[in-house]
Design a protein around this ligand. Structure first.
Ligand SMILES: [Zn+2]
Ligand SMILES: [Zn+2]
Length: 298
């Protein structure tokens, strides 16, 4: 977009240079591009948001997870600053889908990602300067478009950080290397296939599912486990559920982010592939009735 000139009525309420979300872009990425367009350091827009929203809290900080599933205030404020409809900002998050799914106005990051690993696709950065919102879903560790592993560490060994007070956007806070020049590492085909299924499963539930059908499916899986006397589950421990268990040990948390738990449980039973964009609700749950009659067929 063109710069806002001083005579423009929006000059005092918006940024000099405004950006709009690209398809599939995350809010984190939008803030970084906003900083870049305005020639600010990488944490500037996030700091402005935190200071405006939490002016009375001395040590208020806005963490990565607060941007992955943000509050309505963050969305409204940012929409005003960027001169965009609120819905356009919402599209850079999973807020709309989570509201429909849970039937409530508020959601937490834990519904989609147990912990927030900051990682990125060097090729997405190089080509479009974007971090996609789907890359932050629990269980995703590859870019399905570029078929490379997501990178969490710089070539210098430093952990990548989304925001830093004295660093340009999209660069390492230690050696200043541009994230787009990090070496892309091809992801294993088996990993890509699994993550395609994980993403399709999230998308199916976010589009068609609701809390009632999620609870029903979780209970059904629990009964199935009982029917199989635990043998199947032990042999079906997936990469996803191991990561989940490790997170619980590391954080000492017993919090179960519901959609995460569901996708992880379906993965354990090798049922992810049942959920894809071509299947409607009737198709998906037909197998459940059949399998309940004969759990040993799993
Ligand atoms: Zn990519
Ligand atoms: Zn570095």
């Amino acid at each position: 977009m063109d710069a806002i000139a001083m005579w423009h009525p929006a000059w005092s309420t918006t940024f000099p240079h405004r950006v709009a979300p690209k398809p599939g872009e995350s809010l984190v990425s939008l803030l970084l591009r906003c900083n870049q367009e305005n020639h600010w350091e990488s944490g500037t827009t996030r700091t402005l948001l935190a200071r405006t929203l939490f002016a009375h809290e001395a040590h208020a900080r806005m963490k990565l997870e607060d941007l992955l599933v943000p509050s309505q205030q963050v969305v409204v404020l940012l929409a005003g600053w960027l001169g965009l409809p609120i819905g356009t900002i919402v599209a850079a998050t999973y807020l709309r889908e989570l509201r429909r799914f849970f039937g409530s106005a508020t959601s937490v990051a834990g519904d989609l990602c147990y912990w927030s690993v900051f990682h990125l696709c060097p090729l997405c950065i190089q080509e479009q300067r974007v971090l996609l919102r789907c890359h932050f879903l629990f269980g995703m560790s590859s870019c399905l478009h570029h078929q490379v592993s997501l990178v969490a560490c710089c070539a210098c060994g430093a952990l990548l950080k989304p925001f830093h007070a004295t660093t340009e956007p999209f660069t390492c806070s230690v050696c200043r290397k541009d994230w787009g020049t990090l070496l892309p590492v091809p992801a294993a085909p088996v990993e890509l296939e699994k993550e395609q299924q994980i993403l399709a499963c999230y998308e199916w539930w976010l589009r068609h599912g609701d809390v009632a059908s999620m609870k029903e499916t979780l209970l059904w899986l629990r009964d199935l486990e009982g029917a199989s006397k635990g043998n199947h589950r032990a042999s079906r421990l997936s990469c996803l559920s191991m990561r989940l268990a490790r997170w619980r040990v590391l954080t000492g948390s017993s919090y179960v982010g519901s959609l995460n738990a569901l996708v992880s449980a379906l993965d354990e039973w090798d049922l992810l592939s049942r959920f894809s964009s071509e299947k409607n609700e009737e198709d998906v749950f037909k197998w459940k009735a059949n399998r309940a009659e004969d759990p040993s067929s799993l």
